[in-house]
Design a protein around this ligand. Structure first.
Ligand code: NDP
Ligand code: 8X3
Length: 258
């Protein structure tokens, strides 16, 4: 059953990876899309592709979710255009660096905290009041297995994903008594630009992350997001962990030959 058709779905971090795959799956089910990221060329290309493939309506906004004032004025623009999201996928996020805490880089810490925690908060704070007013909506937070188990040198990235899990619980509690659903989708290793960003463009090191096993593809996660959003009104999947079969947790990853 398609409960998505005609719904307005807002996706942050839609220019790449999981967000882009979510845009494609929701477009294929007839959603109206509002896509957000910083790279305009990527968004423009995606929107024209989606229009060609599905003829649906997609809009994009260049936005840095970590900039509070930018998010506030973007939210006003949405209101002026009477864009009222039924679904918000809080996906924009990143890891920056992989160092032991005692060697950590302050600007890496700021980027991760400002994007993964504050960005998610700013966008949610902008969109939730409208959902509450309409007593309908669904927030999907993209967490991580890193929000359940800390791994060596993962310190701050893991802390941001533990925070996403706490905020997912907090939203569920604060929205008690409303019809608004809140879900967290928590993947293990997904083959995206994530590692390229974490290792600051070091392609060789990034590629090693996915060597010797079959990682999740962004489409696998997008299918899970779609499933969660497409559930009937009385069903709220609050947390869903999705892993490659080869990976049971951050420590148990079976690579060929190991
Ligand atoms: P990608 O690097 O492929 O995509 C990240 C997306 O986030 C891009 O579209 C990027 O767009 C956007 N983004 C980053 N910073 C900002 C910002 N300040 N403002 C707006 N958009 C931003 O990685 P993934 O698809 O893997 O990551 C998506 C989410 O999934 C993240 O939250 C990540 O933590 C999570 N995740 C990833 C896993 C993995 O193994 N890949 C596993 C578990 C969770 P742009 O640069 O154009 O702004
Ligand atoms: C991203 C995947 O490997 O850092 O959340 O847990 S990992």
């Amino acid at each position: 059953m398609n409960r998505i058709e005609g719904k307005t779905v807002l996706i942050t971090g839609a220019s790449s990876g999981i967000g882009r795959a979510c845009a494609r799956v929701f477009a294929s089910y007839g959603a109206r899309l509002v896509l957000v990221a910083r790279r305009e060329d990527r968004l423009a290309e995606l929107v024209s592709k989606l229009e060609n493939e599905h003829g649906g309506q997609a809009k994009y906004f260049c936005l840095d979710v970590s900039k509070r004032e930018e998010v506030q004025s973007w939210a006003e623009k949405l209101q002026q255009k009477t864009i009222e999201p039924d679904v918000l996928v809080n996906n924009a996020g990143l890891a920056s660096g992989l160092s032991r805490l005692q060697e950590g880089d302050f600007s890496d810490w700021d980027r991760m905290i400002d994007t993964n925690i504050k960005g998610l908060l700013y966008v949610s704070r902008a969109i939730l009041p409208g959902m509450v007013k309409r007593n309908t909506g669904h927030i999907v937070n993209i967490g991580s297995i890193a929000g359940h188990i800390v791994y060596p040198a993962g310190n701050v990235y893991c802390a941001t994903k533990f925070a996403v899990r706490a905020l997912n619980d907090g939203m569920n509690i604060d929205l008690y008594g409303t019809d608004i659903k809140v879900s967290s989708i928590d993947p293990g290793a997904v083959q995206t630009e994530f590692s390229r960003v974490r290792f600051k463009g070091d392609e060789k090191r990034a590629a090693k992350t996915y060597e010797g096993f079959k990682p999740l593809q962004p489409e696998d996660v997008a299918d899970a997001v779609f499933y969660v959003v497409n559930t009937p009104k009385h069903v709220n999947i609050q947390d869903l962990i999705i892993m490659p079969t080869a990976q049971r947790n951050p420590y148990l990853l079976k690579r060929r030959g190991e």
